[in-house]
Design a protein around this ligand. Structure first.
Ligand code: FPP
Length: 267
């Protein structure tokens, strides 16, 4: 950790770290445009941000980190050349990072409609997740060709399938737990904190079910400039929030103190 990271880290309460952090990585295109570079240069620069964020999260003991790398909409609506570039970048990343993931005891998984990705990409993905499957530290989940609405559609299809194999629809149990158990994220705790870079105030079809009670932290930093220290600042902001899940603060007031605005949001 460098000096700045250490300073922020020392202000954190290690007993109240988020169990699961989800990140919407945004702003690669703007980062490149500001430098008069092609959009794909922003994606390439974004890899260093991924590396730094993952390493910091693992080092401080975050149990689960989920990164929104590639949405279903990105896949369908971006030019073929950009999509192809992202696929090549992903394959390169997966090959290059296995060693570091293993050194940091990180297990790699994916969410999204994997079967729609090119076969060669699926093979690299499978190889990287198998190579890290014995690790026992942080679970890193990459959302690739991911859409929260498609995930919910797939969960309902999977619930109905399970029911038809077990006595028919009359036996279908539908409650919050059974829906969670059929989502791509089954077994993972819901994110406590969702971070979005580049100042946009949207969830963009990311983990809509799972983010029901997540704290939202938006930073103006563009994704390629994001590093471990910005992750720690997001966690510091999270630790200042009152999490009430629809209830009251311990003193019985609905609002314990005036709504805190993150230092980033105030800019
Ligand atoms: C959003 O920026 C970013 C993406 C669509 C791709 C995310 C990819 C990376 C961070 C690079 C590599 C990741 C891995 C896991 C290898 P944008 O292009 O929408 O930015 P803009 O809104 O400024 O145009």
């Amino acid at each position: 950790m460098d000096r700045k990271e250490t300073d922020v880290y020392l202000r954190l309460d290690p007993a109240r770290l988020p169990r699961h952090i989800a990140i919407i990585m945004d702003g690669n295109g703007r980062w490149a445009r500001r430098r008069h570079m092609p959009r794909v240069a922003g994606h390439r620069a974004g890899v260093a941000a991924v590396r730094s964020t993952v390493e910091t999260a693992a080092r401080i003991g975050i149990p689960a980190l989920t990164l929104y790398a590639f949405s279903e909409e990105n896949w369908k609506k971006r030019p073929r050349t950009e999509v192809d570039f992202l696929m090549r970048l992903l394959c390169h990343f997966l090959k290059a990072e296995i060693k570091t993931l293993n050194q940091n005891n990180i297990r790699l998984k994916y969410i999204g409609r994997q079967h729609e990705l090119p076969k060669s990409v699926q093979r690299e993905m499978e190889e990287a997740s198998t190579a890290t499957s014995q690790n026992t530290g942080m679970l890193l989940t990459l959302a690739l060709n991911y859409s929260a609405r498609s995930e919910i559609v797939d969960a309902f299809r999977s619930l109905a399938d399970a029911a038809s194999r077990n006595g028919g629809l009359a036996h279908m149990e539908v409650d919050e737990q059974s829906i969670s158990d059929h989502l791509y994220t089954r077994g993972l705790p819901d994110p406590d904190l969702v971070i979005r870079t580049s100042g946009e105030m949207r969830l963009s079809n990311f983990l809509l079910w799972q983010l029901a009670y997540a704290e939202i932290y938006v930073t103006q930093t563009l994704w390629p400039d994001f590093r471990g220290v910005q992750l720690l600042e997001g966690i510091e902001d999270y630790q200042k929030r009152d999490r009430r899940y629809g209830g009251l603060a311990p003193d019985g007031n609905a609002t314990k103190h005036p709504r805190r605005v993150s230092s980033e949001a105030k800019r």
